[in-house]
Design a protein around this ligand. Sequence first.
Ligand SMILES: [Zn+2]
Length: 141
Amino acid sequence: MIEIEASPWQTMVLHAERVYPNECCGAMLGYMQGEKKVVTEAVPLENAYSGAQGAHYELRPEDLLNADKAARARGLDLIGIFHSHPDCDAYFSQTDLRNSCPWYSFVVLSVQNGKFDHAHSFLPDAEQMRADSEELIWPKS
Ligand SMILES: [Zn+2]
């Protein structure tokens, strides 16, 4: 289970809506509370994909590394990656699976006509063969 606090959630939704109709991406920082992951900070990162970004995103490894360092400097962990699907459901695509890492939660935000619509979280396996869905709690406004 992953729970996103109000402030990082707002950051993620705003980033997704601002970058629309392109895909956005970013890092989620937080801590473990028993079995639950709690996201307390979201860090928008630049989509580094060199082609059309309407259905692709790419994270720079150094950006991720910096996010990880920033997390640890504040006693937090890098616990997940988020990205958006413009005018598309929040599913985990084959491309997403290919670019996944098994130790992170992957939150996908569906943005329809420039407005946040819904989101899901996924836990990819180590073989990049499948991603189970993970219960996601976000602040409903
Ligand atoms: Zn995707």
